[in-house]
Ligand binder design. Structure first.
Ligand code: NDP
Length: 457
């Protein structure tokens, strides 16, 4: 048997007794001087960081991405400069509405958040398992999430709240159709697609910009759970999806996804019949055919769930040169809110945590802040400009300018936007069994919903 190390306090002082607290006599009260007891209690009381308001329950794994399709004429991102380029990555799957202990097989969109550790910095593609979302204006996000979470009076989730909000927000119909289809409950994280969902951009050395959508197609095949099986599994093993992912990787069955991209020249956005920056819409494949750009493989489980999965912090604004955002309003709001929530949840130095740390050198002028644990750049100069060889800007990484125009105003996002065509297109491509599942799932979820918009008293 290997020799165990001596247990210590956080200060490294050896612990002589980890079984008995210090008391006045064998039956007596405890003594204030039992430092070890109080240190253990105090640390335990602070073990939880705030859980994510959305995407609270997740599972993650490390892997690799390999470029298999040439898009180097569209982007200057070094990752895509040659077929065969590779980079490490961390991927976190999640639920959206449920809390940490929620059952994995409840109907809900799944998060599909990837951190690519590229040599030009981290690229975070923070998507879902659906190509669209429920809203197109971020001002409605908080209302939408409240309607999917728990009632303020009873603390219960409530189908009436969900359907009340959806029925008054027709832009959600496309996503609701996907959610209540057979794909609304995947058989496992390995058997679902991922989508960047938003329109993003790429740009090349000539300063040309293209609008793009990212797709990740499961190479394990789509597999879904019927509602009745999902309900049974929720009782038998609430961690069904988390367990499946970990077990598959542990036995060497590494899940893979084919990464695809749809590419639209910048000018097309002005004339394309579908609003290209509307998060409730896809670009039909016949208009912009998806092309393969790479293969993503997950092949290593985290060693510590809290350190790696819980502290993983993704932000859509992490974009190496050659990759960019778009005017999609929901994406624009996410650029602020993701970093903001990490600052609240795990602190200002979250980007230095090992799982979030880029695999390339980092040179910033950020200093100090809570829990600075990495040497804080030592004695290096902490202002810019300076005469002491501190890091400097590099204009060659400047993105091409984007022309914008219009009067500053609050524009009705429901006007001029058609909400039913693409939901209908999806329904029409379903087979008879999928249509029956969709209708059955909606009927099941709406059974308790009253006709009147009034809540039950
Ligand atoms: P296509 O026939 O070219 O593509 C249909 C797409 O729908 C495929 O990617 C397929 O995924 C996916 N799909 C099939 N069943 C479901 C389901 N139950 N839930 C979600 N996705 C599903 O048609 P279009 O490109 O013209 O799109 C038609 C409709 O398909 C859209 O309105 C949209 O609802 C849906 N869709 C479109 C996507 C796009 O980017 N164009 C992406 C995903 C969905 P797979 O190949 O993996 O089976």
């Amino acid at each position: 048997m290997s020799k165990c190390p001596v247990m210590t306090t956080s200060a490294g002082v050896p612990v002589a007794d980890n079984e008995n607290s210090l008391s006045a006599g064998p039956r007596g009260p405890l003594l204030m001087e039992d430092y070890q007891l109080f240190e253990r209690m105090a640390h335990f009381n602070r073990e939880r960081v705030p859980e994510r308001v959305v995407h609270a329950k997740g599972a993650g794994a490390y892997g690799q991405f390999e470029v298999t399709g040439d898009i180097s004429r569209f982007t200057r991102a070094h990752l895509f400069s040659a077929i065969g380029n590779r980079c490490d990555l961390f991927l976190r799957f999640s639920h959206v509405a449920g809390e940490q202990g929620y059952a994995d097989t409840v109907r809900d969109p799944r998060g599909f958040a990837i951190k690519f550790y590229t040599e030009e910095g981290n690229w975070d593609l923070v998507g879902n398992n659906t190509p669209v979302f429920f809203i197109r204006d971020p001002l409605k996000f908080q209302d939408f999430i409240h309607s999917q979470k728990r009632r303020p009076d009873t603390g219960l989730r409530d189908n009436t709240m969900q359907w009340d909000w959806w029925s008054l927000s027709p832009e959600s119909l496309h996503q609701v159709t996907i959610l209540f289809s057979d794909r609304g409950i995947p058989a496992s994280y390995r058997n679902m697609n991922g989508y960047g969902s938003h329109t993003f951009s790429v740009w090349n050395d000539q300063g040309e910009r293209y609008w793009v959508k990212w797709h990740l197609k499961t190479m394990q095949g789509i597999k879904t759970l019927r509602a009745e099986d999902a309900a049974r599994i929720a009782g038998e093993d609430p961690d069904f999806h988390r367990r499946d992912l970990h077990a598959a990787i542990a036995r060497g069955e590494f899940p893979r996804w084919q990464v695809q991209i749809q590419i639209m020249p910048e000018k097309d956005a002005e004339t394309y019949g579908i609003h290209p920056f509307d998060l409730t819409k896809v670009w039909p494949h016949k208009d912009y055919p998806p092309q393969e750009v790479g293969i993503l493989t997950l092949n290593r489980n985290p060693e510590n769930f809290f350190a790696e999965v819980e502290q993983a912090a993704f932000e859509p604004g992490n974009l190496p040169p050659g990759l960019g955002v778009s005017p999609d309003k929901v994406l624009q709001a996410r650029l602020l809110s993701y970093a903001d929530t990490h600052r609240y949840r795990i602190g200002i130095n979250y980007a230095s945590l090992p799982v979030n740390q880029p695999h390339c050198p980092v040179h910033t002028y950020h200093r100090d802040g809570h829990m600075r644990f990495d040497g804080n750049s030592g004695g290096a100069v902490n202002y810019e400009p300076n005469s002491f060889s501190g890091p400097v800007q590099a204009p060659e990484y400047r993105a091409p300018p984007l022309k914008i125009s219009g009067d500053a105003d609050r524009y009705d996002h429901r006007q001029g936007n058609e909400d039913y065509q693409q939901a209908g297109d999806l329904f029409r491509l379903m087979n008879a069994d999928q249509k029956a599942q969709l209708i059955g799932n909606i009927v099941g979820a709406m059974r308790e919903v009253p006709k009147s918009p009034e809540f039950d008293s």
